[in-house]
Design a protein around this ligand. Structure first.
Ligand code: MF3
Ligand code: CO
Ligand code: CO
Length: 248
């Protein structure tokens, strides 16, 4: 799991200098696919439920599962999430980060920072014995004061020898008196999607692209993590030390 996580994080490091105005997202995806292969890993998303690409690239009001396209050309002021999942020796590593193109609005910067802080708050509370629902409670504690919407239809997930498995990790506060307790060795993702407006989303007719209903900007970060003896280990930490934008 460490090897898979590290290579997934290396992909996001590698693509960073290529995320510039004028780049199209199909070209970014092609670069990502090649980098994954060159590092001896396999893309988990190519062929997954009919998905054809090595990354999801989600711009502005796209919440997740944006399909790379030659027609999607980055422009100054865009914010985007790039999400990659790789398989290494049968194990999955799944991670995503936000990127900024040129000068972005103060509103976009704040959304990005709050979403990162929310993910990290959800991760940092993790330890053996913690009721699973406390992760969502913690994320909502960070997001709520800003009035943003936390997406409810998509959640974090267990991963290991499979892409998506139990448990489902909800990113919003919810009472759960019988919430299962985390145990050492459990590996899963924390990947909150946060919208400036409401939490509601819809899926386009392409069957993948998820957008905010109200058209407001959406941000997401994702780490794969492991519950350890004394807390938590982030498996997809950036080897280059990239946390949130601006990176360079
Ligand atoms: N990487 C996404 C996740 O965090 C799943 C993408 S599935 C795809 O779970 F088919 F859209 F690529
Ligand atoms: Co995931
Ligand atoms: Co992902």
């Amino acid at each position: 799991m460490r090897d898979a996580g590290r290579i997934a994080a290396m992909v996001l490091d590698y693509i960073t200098p290529h995320v510039v105005a004028g780049a199209n997202t199909l070209d970014l995806d092609a670069k990502i696919e090649k980098f994954i292969k060159d590092n001896g890993a396999v893309s988990a998303t190519i062929g997954y439920k009919g998905y054809k690409h090595a990354s999801c690239i989600s711009l502005n009001d796209v919440v997740c599962h944006g399909i790379p396209s030659v027609k999607t050309v980055l422009k100054n002021g865009d914010i985007l999430n790039i999400d990659v999942t790789v398989i290494v020796n049968g194990f999955y590593g799944d991670t995503s980060r936000m990127y900024w193109v040129g000068e972005v609005s103060e509103a976009a910067k704040k959304l990005t920072r709050v979403t990162y802080d929310a993910m990290m708050a959800g991760i940092n509370v993790v330890k053996s014995g913690l009721p699973l629902n406390e992760i969502g409670n913690e994320i909502e504690r960070v997001v709520a004061p800003h009035g943003y919407g936390i997406v409810r239809e998509y959640c974090g997930h267990g991963l290991g020898r499979k892409f998506h498995e139990d448990p489902m990790v909800l990113h919003y506060a919810h009472p759960a008196p019988n919430s299962p307790k985390l145990r050492k060795g459990l590996t899963f993702t924390v990947e909150p999607m946060v919208n400036i407006g409401g939490w509601r989303t819809f899926t386009e007719n392409d069957g993948w692209t998820v957008r905010t209903v109200d058209g407001t900007l959406s941000a997401q970060f994702e780490h794969s993590i492991a519950v350890t003896d004394d807390g938590v280990e982030i498996l997809t930490e950036s080897p280059m030390g990239f946390k949130f934008p601006p990176y360079l």
